[in-house]
Design a protein around this ligand. Structure first.
Ligand code: ZN
Length: 421
C-alpha cells in the first residue's frame, strides 16, 4: 500500500512552482510585475514575493519561521540567494504596491479563463462577497486600524482591529475535478465606515478589471441595502441576499403572502423543502426594480452523536434577489442562496485557519493589505495546481493539510545540518 512517504515524490513545492511557471508565468511574469516604493533596492522585490509565496504554500506561519529556513538549498536553487531577514521581508512588503499583486491575481484568472477552468454555474458567473475581521489588539495600532471600545466606565479600553471585504469567485466544477474557489480581491474597511461602503469600493474596482467574471453576487443580510442593489442593477449584475425583518415593508408584504399561499414541494440534496417564490414585489420602492423573495423551509434527518438516535432538523431561509424567475427557477435560486456559506466554509475559514492569513506579519496598513493579497495569490495557485494538476488518486485519502506539511519538510530538508533548527 502506498504510504505518505511515497507521495513525497509525487507532490513537491518544486512541482507546484514548475506548474505555476509553465501555466501562469509565475516567476517571470506575475512576480516580475510587483513593484515597491524603495529608491535603491538592495533586495529584489521579486525575491521577497517568492519567499512570501513559499511562506504561505508551506504554511510556515511567521516571518521568523521563514527566516529560520533562509539558508535552505531549496531557496538557494529557486531564488539564487538565501531568504532575507524577517525584518527586511516585512519592510519590503510594507512598501509594496498592492496594484501589482492585484494584477498578478488577474493574470492568473485570465489564464484559467482561457483554459476554460472557470465554467459558469448554469449560465451564470457567481461571486460571493463578505467581510472578515483579521486581527484584534489592545497594544499595537497603525493608520489602517479600526477602533472600538471594549468594557464600560473605568474598565473601558480601546481595541484596534482590521477588517477586509473579500470577493470570491465560485465557478462550477469541471467533470472529475474539484471546484476552484478563486479569491479575486479584498478591500480594507476604514475606521468608522460601514462594511457595505468598503464593499462598494471593492465592487467598483473589481468590475473595472473583471467586467464579465460574474453575473450574480451572493451576500448576507447586511448587504440588503438599496444602495448595493441599485449599484449592481446599474452594472447589469444580479444580487441575492438573506432577507431579515429589518427590511420591514418588504418582509411584511412577503410574510403575508407566505401565510396566504400554499408552498411547492422540492428538495435540495437530502433535504426536503417547502418553497414560496414571490416575483415582482414592489414593496421595496428604494430599489430601482421589482424584487423577488424566496423562502425555503428545509427538513433533514441527522443521527445524533450522543445517542445515535435520529433527529429531524428544520431550517427556514428567506432571500431577496433581482434574479428573474423565468430563467432562474426556484430550485436554482435556493441552491445559490446556500452557496453564500461557501465563503465561510471554503474561503475565509480555510484561508484563516489553514493559511495563517489573519496573522499580522507586520503591523502596518499597507503590509497587511499586501500580505493578504499575496496569500490570495498563493492560495489561488495552490488550488489550481491541486485541482488541475494532481491526479484524483493522489488526492484521495489525504487531507489538504497534508500537502503543506510535505512542502515545509522539503524546505527544511535543504537546511545545512549545522544550522538545522
Ligand atoms: Zn493596524
Amino acid at each position: 500500500m502506498e504510504t505518505p512517504a511515497d507521495r513525497k515524490e509525487i507532490i513537491t513545492l518544486r512541482r507546484l512552482i514548475a506548474y505555476a511557471d509553465k501555466v501562469f508565468g509565475f516567476t517571470g511574469g506575475i512576480v516580475a510585475g510587483v513593484m515597491d516604493g524603495r529608491k535603491l533596492p538592495r533586495i529584489p522585490t521579486g525575491l521577497v514575493v517568492q519567499s512570501v509565496a513559499a511562506l504561505f504554500w508551506a504554511r510556515l506561519g511567521s516571518l521568523n519561521a521563514l527566516e529560520l529556513t533562509a539558508q535552505s538549498s531549496f531557496f538557494r536553487k529557486w531564488l539564487g540567494a538565501p531568504v532575507c531577514s524577517a525584518d527586511s521581508v516585512g519592510r519590503v512588503v510594507a512598501l509594496m504596491e498592492p496594484a501589482g499583486i492585484r494584477a498578478g491575481i488577474h493574470s492568473l484568472y485570465s489564464q484559467l479563463k482561457r483554459n476554460k477552468a472557470l465554467p459558469d454555474q448554469n449560465g451564470l458567473g457567481v461571486a460571493v462577497i463578505d467581510g472578515h475581521e483579521s486581527h484584534a489588539s489592545y497594544r499595537r495600532h497603525c493608520s489602517g486600524c479600526m477602533e472600538r471600545t471594549i468594557g464600560k466606565g473605568a474598565a473601558a479600553r480601546t481595541q484596534y482591529y482590521h477588517r477586509q471585504v473579500t470577493l470570491m469567485l465560485l465557478p462550477a466544477a469541471l467533470p472529475g475535478q474539484i471546484a476552484l474557489r478563486l479569491l479575486l480581491d479584498h478591500e480594507p474597511q476604514q475606521n468608522g465606515e460601514a462594511e457595505v461602503t468598503a464593499a462598494l469600493r471593492l465592487l467598483k474596482r473589481v468590475l473595472k478589471t473583471y467586467p464579465r467574471a460574474f453575473d450574480l453576487v451572493l451576500a448576507d443580510a447586511l448587504y440588503s441595502t438599496s444602495t448595493m442593489f441599485n449599484f449592481l442593477l446599474s452594472e447589469g449584475k444580479h444580487i441575492l441576499t438573506v432577507l431579515k425583518d429589518d427590511r420591514r415593508n418588504l418582509y411584511q408584504d412577503a410574510a403575508a403572502q407566505f401565510a396566504a399561499l400554499a408552498p411547492t414541494e422540492g428538495s435540495l440534496g437530502s433535504r426536503k423543502c417547502l418553497w414560496w417564490d414571490l416575483p415582482g414585489l414592489l414593496s421595496w420602492p428604494a430599489v430601482d426594480a421589482p424584487v423577488r423573495v424566496i423562502r425555503s423551509v428545509e427538513t433533514r434527518t441527522v443521527r445524533r452523536q450522543l445517542d445515535g438516535k435520529k433527529e429531524t432538523l428544520t431550517s427556514d431561509w428567506v432571500w431577496v434577489t433581482t434574479l428573474p424567475s423565468d430563467s432562474v427557477p426556484t430550485a436554482r435560486a435556493v441552491a445559490f442562496g446556500h452557496q453564500r456559506w461557501d465563503i465561510e466554509n471554503q474561503g475565509f475559514n480555510e484561508l484563516v485557519n489553514g493559511w495563517h492569513a489573519d496573522h499580522i506579519y507586520k503591523h502596518d496598513a499597507n503590509a497587511i493589505e499586501c500580505f493578504l493579497l499575496l496569500a490570495f495569490l498563493a492560495c489561488n495557485l495552490f488550488q489550481a495546481f491541486f485541482a488541475r494538476n494532481l491526479k484524483p488518486e493522489i488526492r484521495k485519502g489525504c487531507t489538504r493539510a497534508f500537502w503543506p506539511s510535505l512542502m515545509a519538510t522539503e524546505i527544511r530538508a535543504g537546511i545545512p545540518s549545522a544550522l538545522s533548527p
